[in-house]
Design a protein around this ligand. Sequence first.
Ligand SMILES: Nc1ncnc2c1ncn2[C@@H]1O[C@H](COP(=O)(O)OP(=O)(O)OP(=O)(O)O)[C@@H](O)[C@H]1O
Ligand code: SF4
Ligand SMILES: [Mg+2]
Length: 323
Amino acid sequence: MTPILDVRNLAVRFGPTLAVRNASFTVQKGETHCIVGESGCGKSVTALAIMNLLARNARRDAQAIRFNGQDMLAYSDRQMEDVRGNRMAMIFQEPMTSLNPSFTIGSQMIEVLRRHHATTRHEAEQRAIALMQRVGITAPHMRLGQYPHQLSGGLRQRVMIAMALMCDPELLIADEPTTALDVTVQAQILRLLAELKQELGLGILLITHDLGIVARVADHVSVMYAGEVIESGRTAQLFANPAHPYTRGLIDCVPVPGKIRPGEALGSIPGTVPVMKDGFSGCAFRFRCPQASEVCTQAVPRHALGSDHIVHCHLAPSQGAGQ
Ligand SMILES: Nc1ncnc2c1ncn2[C@@H]1O[C@H](COP(=O)(O)OP(=O)(O)OP(=O)(O)O)[C@@H](O)[C@H]1O
Ligand code: SF4
Ligand SMILES: [Mg+2]
C-alpha cells in the first residue's frame, strides 16, 4: 500500500549545523507514527521540513518526500500551498503561534476552508460548528465569536484540531500537541486523536518527547537522536525488544506501575544532545552511551532486526542483512 507520507534521507542544515541527518520513515493511512526524542534532537525541524515551512536560513535536502506517492520536492510553491493546511495539516505545540489573536475563532476556521475550497460562508460556518462539536467543544456557536485569548489552553488545542480538520486532510502532523496541557486534558486530546484516526482513516505523525505517550497512541515509532532516526519499528516490538542503548535509556526513564516502587528513582540519561557539525563521524550517542567503545567512532551500520524493526548501533545483533 502506498504510504500517505514517505520521507527518504531527509537532511536539514543551518549553516554548519546538521539539525536532521538521513531521516527516513513512512506514515500509512489510519496509522499513528510517533517521532520521539529529547529536546533539540530535530523533531520540529523534521515536521517543518515536510511542510516546507523551515526558516530562511535552513537548507533542506532529501532523496524524496512523497505525499501519496507524489514527490513534494518537485512541487512549485503554489502546489505546496494547495496541499498545506488542506490535504496535509499541522497542529503546533503552542496554539497561540498559529491562532491569530486579532481574529475570532470562527473567522479563522472559515478562512481555512475558504482558502482551499469554494464554499459559502454559511457552509463553512456549519462545518466549523460540526467539527467543534466533534472535538468536544461545548456551545460552539458562542465559541465562534470568541477570540483565542478567551479560551483555556485545552480548548485552544481542540480548536487547533478542529481547524486542522476543516479541509478533511489525509495527513495530520501534530508537534507536541499536549505538552502545555495538564494530564487530564492531555489524555482527552490523545483519545480524541486516536478516535479521529479510526473514524477518518487519517495518517498521523505525532511528535513528542514522552515515551509514555508513544506507548499509548503509536502504531509505529521512530526514535531520534541528534538529528538521526537511530531506531524504528512497530511500537509493541520496539518496547518489547529495544535494541539501541538510547532507546533503552529513554524507556528506563518512563515510570511503570509495579516496576518502580514509591520513592525509588527513575533512570536518567546523563549529559545532553550534542549539536552536530559538518565533518562529524561515528555514533553521536557515544559521549553518553554506557556501552561505547573504540569502534563507535566509525560509521554506524544499520541492522534489520525483523520486519520493520531497524537499529543503528555497532553492537546491535543483526537478523537479516545489515544495510
Ligand atoms: N532557525 C534555526 N536556526 C538555527 N538553528 C536552528 C533553527 N531552528 C532549529 N535549529 C536547531 O536545530 C536543532 C533541532 O531543533 P528542533 O527544534 O527540531 O528540536 P526538537 O527536537 O523539536 O526540540 P524540542 O523538543 O525542544 O521542541 C536544534 O539544535 C536547534 O537549535
Ligand atoms: S554505536 Fe556504540 S556508542 Fe553508539 S549506541 Fe551503539 S554502542 Fe553506543
Ligand atoms: Mg520541537
